[in-house]
Ligand binder design. Structure first.
Ligand SMILES: [Ca+2]
Length: 437
């Protein structure tokens, strides 16, 4: 029997995978908070770190134009003036944007922290404490309770660390300039709508440096479209009401295509001489087809435990020398929350561990490798472009285009074309020779 809960038997397996650019609902901030919780022992992360700056004349000029745009978008002139008068930017937001752990750390380091013993134990405790409520929401929205708990744990360490940044100020900073102006603008308008509609007051709009708010870190536009007043008190309170928190999260996952009682992923073992071209977002096959290609479960047979017709893609987050995972539609739904493979993998693994399964992968990670820095990732892209492969813009994001270009180069030098960018790969690419594995 496949079906119900990948974990209750304890046999199940996890997982998922590969890198992608920013922005989902959590917009990539949640894990930052969660990790802060790990290092600070669950105490509140400080928006206190914000550094007040004098009003920049360029910002003032930009703000003048933005206020007109906001009014054109339906926000009242009085609210716009009230919110923006005297507002300054917070330059720390730019630093945090460039150092999101789910994109800048080695995936094994990220997972060690995201799925730590402490977070698993707290997850089990919080699950037990809220079992009846979670069960009701699981049934109503069709989203597995352990996944809701895992997102809660990663986004805010179960409500302990929601972020204390002034969302309006953080979003205005992002909207003004940098890599995420379009995100900042749309979220800033969204935040203004939340205030104008009376859903929350200006002072209640506190959250992460990217404007994600509440216990599961909803960005303003997602709040507007998917937050739910589950307890019927007239407020969609994602800050203090667990009923609303869980229901809103489940509602968003459901709208993102989540399907109850199907797995998010399965860790697999690949046959020798595996063609890594099959580890591609474009290659989605039924489980039975993957099995026929020689893939086996890293913790036992997966056919027999899961519907053989379920379609999955294969991810190898650390290349040929690390664990491999088949991931399903639910993994894609989690990626809508935060478009980071490391994040989605962490949610899946934490959900399994909270439900009694393993908290670590069966396969080992290449821990001797180190994560490439932002400038090194850009150098990798520049080198690929110089050699005639097309990695897309040199933005330091190892996305689909960069992986495709890297694979083509790897094939040209006769090494496994896994699209994994290690320091050895970068060194070899710059020197145009095959990397030592
Ligand atoms: Ca409510």
């Amino acid at each position: 029997m496949w079906g119900r809960k990948r974990l209750s038997t304890g046999l199940i397996v996890c997982l998922a995978l590969t890198g992608a650019p920013l922005t989902g609902i959590g917009a990539g901030i949640g894990a930052t908070n969660a990790q802060a919780a790990e290092t600070q022992g669950g105490t509140t992360q400080g928006g206190a770190a914000q550094t007040p700056v004098a009003v920049d004349p360029d910002f003032a000029a930009w703000l003048k134009g933005f206020k007109l745009d906001a009014v054109a978008a339906g926000i009242s002139t009085s609210l716009v003036n009230e919110v923006f008068d005297g507002l300054t930017i917070n330059t720390r937001v730019y630093e945090l944007n460039d150092n999101q752990p789910e994109f800048s750390r080695a995936i094994w380091d990220y997972l060690d922290s995201a799925v730590s013993t402490r977070r698993v134990d707290n997850g089990r405790g919080n699950f037990a404490k809220n079992r009846a409520l979670l069960s009701r929401i699981e049934n109503e929205y069709g989203v597995d309770a352990d996944i809701i708990v895992a997102i809660w744990g990663l986004e805010s360490a179960y409500g302990a660390v929601m972020g204390d940044h002034d969302a309006i100020r953080a979003l205005a900073t992002l909207a003004w300039k940098g890599r995420r102006t379009s995100y900042g603008r749309s979220q800033l308008i969204g935040a203004l709508k939340i205030i104008q509609n009376g859903y929350a007051t200006r002072s209640q709009l506190r959250g992460s440096w990217a404007g994600a708010m509440g216990q599961t870190q909803f960005i303003p536009t997602t709040y507007l479209t998917h937050a739910v007043d589950a307890d019927g008190d007239g407020r969609r309170d994602i800050w203090t009401n667990l009923n609303d928190v869980f229901a809103s999260t489940a509602n968003y996952l459901s709208a993102s295509g989540y399907r109850l009682d199907t797995p998010w992923g399965i860790e697999v073992t690949l046959p020798s001489d595996f063609d890594f071209d099959l580890a591609s977002p474009k290659t989605r096959r039924a489980l039975a087809e993957w099995a026929a290609s020689g893939l086996t479960g890293a913790r036992g047979d997966f056919i027999g435990k899961h519907d053989p017709n379920l379609r999955a893609r294969l991810i190898v987050p650390a290349g040929a020398r690390g664990p491999a995972f088949l991931v399903f539609a639910n993994f894609e739904a989690i990626l809508k929350y935060n478009r980071s493979t490391a994040y989605a993998l962490a949610v899946g693994m934490l959900s399994d561990a909270v439900a009694g399964g393993p908290a670590t992968t069966a396969g080992s990670w290449p821990r001797a490798d180190r994560a490439l820095s932002l400038s090194e990732r850009k150098s990798l892209q520049v080198a690929l472009a110089q050699q005639g492969y097309n990695p897309g813009p040199a933005d330091g994001v190892i996305g689909a285009n960069t992986k495709r270009a890297l694979k083509a180069w790897q094939r040209s030098v006769g090494v496994p074309a896994d699209g994994y960018a290690s320091a050895a790969t970068l060194n070899a690419l710059v020197n145009d020779k095959a990397p030592r594995q």
